[in-house]
Design a protein around this ligand. Structure first.
Ligand SMILES: *Cc1c(COP(=O)(O)O)cnc(C)c1O
Length: 421
């Protein structure tokens, strides 16, 4: 596809965008004097207009039924999470038995590490990516401590000198090099800082080949890139719903456990009553019988208000479909990259996009490293109504989330940088 730098070209792209009407389904922030151009869907997605309606329905049912709402409300709270399972499973390429919406993200990281990180003998090392999201680093370090392992048991694969992203072959080589010592490979599917989307299929295969378990934190991947967790044979994964999935600040999380582990009751796990066999839940027995599959990892009954927010957003994803979202994602991200490259030529290399160029190695995020004055540039963008994300020392991250970002938004973003002196 060939792009042009004119504003009229951006407008034409918007006209032809099959997803253009979805923008209307979201609420753009109103605190600013300028029209908002929202590029932080990778951090907190926008609120769908339907969210208030669905949350209100739950508040109404709570008012109307009190405790009887567990069984009598329009979407009984007792089985509320089941309303979300099929749609969520679809987004990550999982079967329903492999998926449950529950808890928050870091909680799910810990719950699944308890089950899938079992250091024994010399096989106790964990491989992860350097500069993983801090919560993941803390989770892994504290799990190591919990098992009496050393900090050195965490092997972080890093970019080569002078490079920003991690080479796939280096991840595979690290797995091979430590083949007898690795208990777990645990990587963020899309790195939050660089936007690099790792080859999860091959990493999974490489980890399994050496006898390790493989899991992914999909916080920046779910609702962004196309995933096939079941087909790839990933052991476990988790993601949050409030980034690309637009499901309220701190919203509920998704948890995936591959079907091959569905009936494995030998896996250690921290259990709670909501993971107990549904038929017997209210017998209040003292012996724990886990539900088969992902639901068996639930601890608590569903936080219905957060789940309602997620439900409203999942319906939008179902309507749009990950295939169409993926098509626009690749085009609009390439378009934004094109504009930045043109600007670079014009202005004399003022910036560098550190996100991989290959569309298969990224989602809808570009991380832009400014050679100088990055913070001033960022402040100028903010004044002009562009919501982007600043990372020290000199990086601005922007995510043209396909459901509500327009080509014209991208054009204006680059135009503001262009006018910066
Ligand atoms: C956003 C994000 C988190 C945040 O965790 P919470 O438990 O939802 O606060 C954790 N890990 C990654 C990779 C993230 O991108």
């Amino acid at each position: 596809m060939t792009f042009e730098t004119s504003l009229s070209f951006a407008k034409e792209m918007d006209q032809q965008d099959p997803l253009k009407d979805f923008r209307e389904q979201f609420i753009f922030p109103s605190f600013h004097q300028k029209q908002i151009r929202y590029f932080t869907g990778n951090s907190l997605g926008l609120q769908p207009k339907t969210t208030r309606l669905v949350v209100n329905e739950e508040l109404d049912d709570w008012a109307k039924y009190g405790v009887d709402g567990h069984f009598m409300s329009r979407r009984p709270w007792y089985s509320y999470h089941e309303e979300l399972t099929a749609m969520a499973a679809n987004i990550v390429g999982a079967k329903e038995i492999e998926t449950v919406i529950t808890h928050s993200l870091t909680t799910n990281i810990h719950l699944l590490l308890v089950s899938f990180y079992q250091p024994t003998g010399i096989r106790k090392k964990i491989i992860c990516e350097k500069k993983a999201f801090p919560s993941d680093q803390y989770a892994l370090q504290s799990q190591l401590k919990f098992h009496g392992c050393a900090r050195e048991d965490l092997i972080e694969v890093e970019p080569r000198d002078g490079e920003h992203t991690i080479r796939h072959e280096d991840i595979i080589a690290t797995i091979d090099k430590h083949k007898d010592e690795i208990a777990l490979v645990f990587i963020g599917g899309v790195n939050y800082y660089t936007g690099q989307f790792f080859n999860l299929k091959e990493i999974t295969a490489a980890g399994h080949k050496v006898g390790a378990r493989v899991g992914f934190d999909l916080a920046h991947a779910a609702g962004n890139v196309n995933l096939k967790l079941h087909d790839w044979g990933v052991d476990f994964a988790m993601w949050c719903s409030y980034k690309y999935l637009n499901s309220s600040p701190g919203g509920v999380s998704g948890l995936f456990v591959h079907e091959k582990h569905a009936e494995d009751t030998s896996l250690p796990r921290f259990a709670g009553w909501w993971g107990h066999d549904k038929e017997k839940r209210f017998f209040m027995e003292d012996e724990f019988y886990p539900i088969k599959g992902a639901e068996g990892w639930q601890l608590s009954n569903a936080p219905v208000l957060g789940m309602a927010a997620h439900l409203s957003s999942l319906k939008i994803f179902q309507e749009a479909g990950m295939d169409r979202i993926g098509e626009k994602r690749d085009v609009i991200t390439a378009y934004l990259e094109f504009l930045l490259e043109e600007l670079n030529v014009k202005k004399g290399e003022i910036l560098e996009v550190i996100t991989p160029k290959n569309p298969k190695e990224r989602g809808s995020q570009l991380s832009i490293l400014f050679k100088k004055d990055g913070k001033q540039m960022f402040d100028r963008l903010t004044e002009a109504g562009v919501i982007a994300d600043w990372r020290e020392p000199n990086v601005i991250r922007v995510a043209p989330a396909p459901l509500y970002v327009s080509y014209e938004d991208c054009w204006h973003f680059v135009d503001i940088i262009n006018k910066f002196e």
